[in-house]
Design a protein around this ligand. Structure first.
Ligand SMILES: Nc1ncnc2c1ncn2[C@@H]1O[C@H](COP(=O)(O)OP(=O)(O)OP(=O)(O)O)[C@@H](O)[C@H]1O
Ligand SMILES: [Zn+2]
Length: 672
């Protein structure tokens, strides 16, 4: 069994000095590096999605799944043994390596001389061998390690079965990919030789700015482009130079495609679209000619808008792997650059390209005259979420006790696509339950389902169920008794996804700005499950169910030391910003470039944080045994305890006066 715990540590802005308890303490964002959520999220989902298919050249060929291009699930064609992979590495055939899952899985792009094309293969690594890292570095291979998840979903601790850890995220991915598949045409197996990269043309998208909510600034930025597309001649007449290319940057599902469609819709011009990731599976020369076709067609239909989704798949830095400028991707990129340079003056064609990884783009793409403007869309804040929920509840029947602002509060970390999905799921549930309106029950159930997966089969009574109950109550009690922790929303033994039990928390006001105190409290809360197992059942009876918890708390502790400067080592960023969230890189690469003493100091500080948190957690369990026993009894009987029920029992049997536990989890409902 492995367990999981999904904190809502939002990586965007973390400020050590932040103290929410003080009045008038204006929140000042600290200029902290931004972690790449998308990649990290995809990472966790990945391996389970890859299925096996027929074989090619001694490799088993998997069906591609329509996932993000850099997840192990994405268009990965084959599996390869580690020893075989080393051979290819020695033969200089490996072009790019992406490491996932703490360095246990690699996705490599390898040149296949028989087919004369690059293939993506998945390799299960025996841990992360130093030898491999050295080879990759020596050969100067394009290489990236993808971070472990620090989730920005509402926090939950869970107790999962084997392989459960990635599954919570898998569910989310599947929901997302299935939405995409339905919109994105057929899913062809890899290597059938049929090019999927056909551009699409919509004469009229029918989307307007009203359909895109919570991104007012971006809409403002695009107003000028809309005006230009409406009447290009007006601008040409006065000699105005309009940008040709705009880079739209933001995490997945934040409405980039929708926004681009809305620009075309507002201006009433045709919308041409193409996805960068589809070029990767094409034969040499096809990508470039598609780009040429696309631009020719666009020029004939000007004024119009070209939208290139996932431009990073094509637009990564050139010249990093072997093969010089000859591979398919580079040819495609070169063609794109040529086309961008090709239209002189105001041709009435605007190109918008979307990415969530602007930092990996070839700088040539960003030069003046190409994608020289950037517009960002981020995950929506609470107000943005409410606006988006409004858009997606327009055509739905809602019960009168549904308050969109309350839903917005409960969905911290959700993207626009997640919110659209949420409303749709709720409508489906209401239909299935024979209701004529969506009620808060359907909304609650859909949130749970999106975050933690489908409801599973209930556990049978017995020792394991009691153990899970103690584990979850341990999380809830330790979290509640540690100042700075988010309040418990509910504790449940109703299984979801692979989780057998779950403890949910309500994220604080601003989950993107977290203090040292709050991070430490999360470590104590995260260790509460294991602490309960050890204290109640004895040291030899602790289970594998806490594995996920341990992984997450270790990562938080490591980040406190190396990223957020929250240890006695001091306010240093001890990792390369590009790889900061990755344990594997920390251990294997960063160690190479830092002194042995510093590496030891880091380990020491991490250990200190975790050990002191574990002591605190164990003491909470020891000192509150009566309350915990009672809570477990009630939980076993009722299966789910609301935050209020939980706090009522806890406060009866514990001296918790010093702890702020009466925070009302959901503020008074206001008419939405
Ligand atoms: N700001 C928003 N307002 C309203 N709906 C939104 C918004 N953002 C996303 N959605 C909903 O989510 C769906 C998917 O969003 P979209 O494909 O535009 O996101 P994206 O940023 O392009 O994602 P990706 O990077 O994964 O391609 C939209 O069709 C819409 O239903
Ligand atoms: Zn747990």
């Amino acid at each position: 069994m492995s367990g999981a715990l999904c904190f809502s540590v939002s990586p965007t802005l973390i400020c050590k000095s932040q103290d929410h308890s003080k009045a008038n303490n204006k929140e000042k964002p600290c200029p902290q590096p931004v972690l790449d959520n998308k990649v990290s999220k995809r990472k966790l989902l990945s391996s389970a999605v890859i299925g096996l298919g027929p074989t090619w050249a001694g490799l088993s060929v998997a069906q591609p799944t329509r996932a993000e291009p850099d997840s192990p699930a994405a268009s990965t064609s084959s599996r390869m043994s580690y020893s075989r992979f080393l051979q290819y590495l020695d033969e200089d055939a490996v072009k790019k390596v992406d490491l996932f899952e703490n360095g246990t899985v690699a996705i490599a792009e390898i040149y296949n001389p028989t087919l004369e094309k690059i293939q993506r293969v998945k390799i299960q690594l025996p841990g992360l061998p130093q030898e491999l890292i050295r080879k990759i570095k020596d050969k100067n291979i394009d290489f990236a390690a993808h971070p472990m998840e620090i989730s920005w979903w509402p926090a939950i601790f869970d107790f999962l079965g084997t392989f459960g850890f990635p599954l919570i995220f898998l569910v989310t991915l599947l929901l997302r990919t299935s939405t995409r598949n339905s919109a994105g045409g057929p899913n062809l197996p890899f290597g059938l030789g049929r090019s999927k990269a056909k551009f699409e043309m919509e004469p009229n998208t029918g989307v307007t700015f009203e359909d895109v909510a919570g991104v007012d600034e971006a809409k403002q930025d695009f107003q000028e482009i809309v005006e230009f597309l409406k009447t290009p001649e007006k601008f040409s007449a006065v000699g105005a130079k309009i940008p040709k290319g705009v880079l739209l940057v933001g995490p997945p599902g934040t409405g980039k495609t929708l926004l681009a469609k809305a620009i075309a819709g507002e201006a009433g011009v045709p919308f041409f679209s193409l996805s960068g990731s589809e070029f990767i599976e094409m034969f040499v020369g096809v990508g470039a000619s598609r780009v040429r076709d696309l631009f020719n067609k666009a020029k004939q239909n000007s004024p119009c808008l070209i939208f290139i989704d996932e431009i990073d798949a094509v637009g990564r830095q050139r010249g990093t792997g072997i093969g010089g400028g000859n591979d398919e991707r580079e040819q495609t990129l070169n063609q794109l650059l040529t086309e961008m340079d090709g239209f002189t003056g105001n041709t009435g064609v605007i190109v918008i390209a979307a990415t969530n990884r602007p930092e990996i783009l070839d700088s040539a793409l960003l030069r003046p005259g190409r994608f020289d403007r950037q517009v960002s869309v981020g995950l929506p804040d609470i107000r943005g979420r409410e606006e988006i929920l409004k858009v997606h509840s327009n055509n739905k029947k809602l019960d009168k006790d549904i308050y969109l602002n309350v839903i917005a509060m409960r969905t911290s970390g959700f993207s626009g696509a997640d919110l659209a999905n949420l409303m749709n799921e709720a409508a489906i549930l209401a239909g299935r339950r024979g209701k004529d309106k969506i009620t808060m029950k359907e909304i609650d159930d859909s949130i749970d389902r999106i975050v933690a997966g489908m409801e599973g089969t209930k556990m049978t009574d017995g020792k394991n169920k009691i153990l899970v109950a103690y584990h979850e109550v341990g999380h809830a009690v330790c979290a509640t008794l540690t100042p700075g922790h988010d309040p418990v929303q509910k504790v449940t033994l109703v299984p979801r996804g692979q989780a057998r039990g779950l403890t949910w928390f309500i994220p604080g006001e601003d989950p993107s700005l977290i203090s040292k105190n709050q991070l430490f409290a999360r470590i104590v809360g995260g260790l509460g499950g294991r602490a309960a197992e050890e204290i109640i059942f004895g040291e030899t009876e602790i289970t594998t169910g806490a594995a996920g918890d341990l992984q997450q708390i270790t990562q938080i502790a490591r980040q406190m030391v190396t990223v957020y400067g929250m240890s006695e080592i001091g306010p240093w960023a001890l990792t390369d910003p590009a790889v900061q969230n990755s344990d594997v890189v920390l251990r294997m690469l960063a160690r190479n470039s830092m002194s042995e003493k510093l590496a030891e100091d880091i380990d020491h500080s991490v250990r200190q944080i975790i050990e002191s948190a574990y002591e605190i957690a164990k003491n909470h369990i020891r000192n509150n045994r009566d309350a915990i026993d009672k809570l477990v009894d009630v939980l076993l009987e009722k299966e789910t305890l609301s935050g209020d029920e939980f706090r009522a029992i806890l406060s009866e049997l514990t001296d918790i006066s010093s702890i702020e536990i009466d925070r009302t989890p959901i503020p008074e409902m206001i008419e939405a």
